[in-house]
Design a binder for this molecule. Structure first.
Ligand SMILES: [Zn+2]
Length: 277
């Protein structure tokens, strides 16, 4: 069986000790592709190095020079748009030099640590919309991080309307929203990425089981988000892509199909989405 981990964080310092050994082992265990997420700076440098060294390693990155949280964004929109254009030019060049950059993200909207006031919603929606503009400008699929922002993320994506953007405009990383909304995202051309939380007996885990029931395999990706979100029964350990098999197992049981089918279809979906041949 071959697995595709559609979202991970191997530049995290928790992998400094044994990253290379781990990569060798997980490839033996069927992990055929990973798309690792590393933002501009030291992490991206490391990510690009890893992409050169390992065939199975691809990169998702973000460049947030246009993003200034302390700015009066409404007054400065013209200036911000200029920075967005600059970022697009810079990233296009970077992508031309590094063919293994395959996505833009994490495009971020998250209300888990701030109060969800109308002003906060306006502000975060604005910046999230700018992230999507950059993704479209560069021509990369967007990788979406939405935390306690189901409706807000959906509204921005819907209103951004990117009809020229082709198959797989974006993916909802670690989807935790309502099952029905997952189908609405699919209607907009998005894919739903399922994490190891589907193995947990928490409220989030139970909701995710319902999501997996509803979402057709044809529009599903699987991810670890490692080192976070370790599946059961290893919940307290550091996560890595070799544990993706537990997520595959859970999805296969929920959908009453074979693990091979889940692994095969999600791998094909991810390859098409990230443009990997
Ligand atoms: Zn992540």
């Amino acid at each position: 069986m071959q697995y595709f981990d559609a979202h991970s964080h191997y530049t995290d310092r928790r992998f400094n000790r044994d990253r290379h050994q781990l990569f060798a082992e997980m490839q033996e265990e069927g992990v055929a592709y990973i798309v690792d997420c590393a933002a501009e700076g030291k992490n991206r440098e490391l990510g690009l190095q890893l992409a050169r060294k390992y065939d199975f390693y691809y990169l998702c990155t973000i460049d947030d020079h246009y993003y200034k949280t302390d700015w009066d964004y409404e007054a400065k929109e013209a200036e911000i748009n200029r920075l967005v254009d600059e970022t697009v030019v810079k990233l296009k060049k970077l992508c031309a030099e590094n063919k293994k950059i395959v996505a833009y993200g994490e495009c971020y909207i998250d209300f888990r640590r701030v109060e969800k006031t109308p002003e906060e919603i306006r502000k975060q929606s604005f910046w999230f919309g700018k992230d999507l503009e950059v993704a479209r400008g560069v021509g990369l699929p967007a990788l979406i991080h939405s935390g306690n922002a189901d409706q807000e993320a959906f509204d921005v994506i819907k209103n951004t309307n990117m009809p020229d953007y082709g198959y797989g405009k974006g993916m909802l990383h670690c989807y935790l929203g309502p099952p029905q909304m997952a189908l609405d995202y699919i209607d907009l051309g998005y894919l739903i990425s399922i994490s190891g939380l589907v193995t947990h007996r928490s409220a989030r885990g139970k909701n995710l089981v319902e999501v997996v029931k509803k979402v057709p395999l044809s529009h599903m990706l699987i991810e670890t988000d490692c080192p976070y979100l370790t599946p059961e029964p290893f919940r307290d350990r550091r996560n890595d892509s070799s544990l993706l098999r537990l997520t595959v197992e859970a999805i296969a049981q929920i959908k009453r199909v074979s693990e091979e089918e889940v692994a095969e279809i999600t791998t094909a979906n991810a390859k098409a989405f990230y443009g990997i041949s």
